[in-house]
Design a protein around this ligand. Sequence first.
Ligand code: ADP
Ligand code: MG
Length: 222
Amino acid sequence: MAPEKDREAALRDRENVRVVVRVRPLSDKEIQAGYKSLVATDDRNCSIHVTNPSAAEGEPPKVFTFDSVFGEDSKQVDVYNLAARPIVENVLEGYNGTIFAYGQTGTGKTFTMEGVRSIPEKKGIIPNSFAHIFGHIAKAEEDKKFLVRVSYLEIYNEEVRDLLRQDQSVRLEVKERPDVGVYVKDLLTHVVHNADEMDKIMTLGNKNRMYLKMLHIQNIIC
Ligand code: ADP
Ligand code: MG
């Protein structure tokens, strides 16, 4: 591929929305209750096969295709490297990036996004991104400056709350402006200097969480 084409492909890649799926293993409780897994993953074809247990005999499973699939045995580090690392890398180059988890309660969003922060191999995407971001900054050339700011908000019952605000009774408004796009008015942003500070802020915000969470990291390269 010519260099010009290479660049075009890289840019296209940057702008892509990618959708990956992760299937969690059955819990001990589910196994004890006699439940069977109905979702099989096919890594090679990036698809999942969902079997309807009450379907007529011979009815094939439904197949859904994604950009990547992560099966029951997938490791946190593999999810990070494949699904999250390229996005964070682009953010470190100055592009905007968003990672979000979607799924009904109990499907593994918190496990994938946060994981168990005290156990290295169980750390999820968010704490892994803290280490990635500050590892990159530590290795960057001296003349490059970084500003890392963090906000943490929750949308619950259509109401937006700032999880880092002392007064949790304050409801925030979602607004739109032609120059900045969609934003949350009066949402606090904290400047952070290392992964430890990020971790502490996340713990603080988690205490104020109801259900759904979004971690929004803004990074500006000066
Ligand atoms: P959600 O946030 O979507 O409601 P959770 O992340 O809390 O779901 O996951 C529900 C349960 O399943 C938790 O006990 C969690 O530890 C477990 N779990 C989720 N995903 C996995 C996984 N990939 N491997 C092992 N356990 C998982
Ligand atoms: Mg959760």
